[in-house]
Design a protein around this ligand. Sequence first.
Ligand SMILES: [Zn+2]
Length: 134
Amino acid sequence: MARLGVFQALLDDQMTWAEREAIHEAHDRADAAAIAKGDLAVLQRRVIEQRKELDKLRTALSVMCQVLGETKLLDVRLLDVRLEAEIDDLEDATGETRPAPQLTACARCGAHVPVTNTAMTGAGTVCDACFARP
Ligand SMILES: [Zn+2]
């Protein structure tokens, strides 16, 4: 049996969490043994598997946000602002260094905000907060 994908692991109700973990641990041990013997193709396979899983997760998140936005169950702009803030906090906590943000003045409130936190409107570039306001 192959290593389980994220969705298979989450959605297969015929398998317990302990069984999923046992499968993954068995795969990890087999891969570690192969790597210890110098089989670097295992690492390449793992990277490819992880890339595919990330693509699936990215697609699932995108589709969920689109559906929630289309059905008005989610304010997509607010989600974007909150996600960006959380990611910034995460990057700060993990010590990731980022270049200083390029600032611009909001055409509505005049605040100087990072360009990445703005939106283009007919009235000019406005900050995300002003853009979210009616
Ligand atoms: Zn503003």
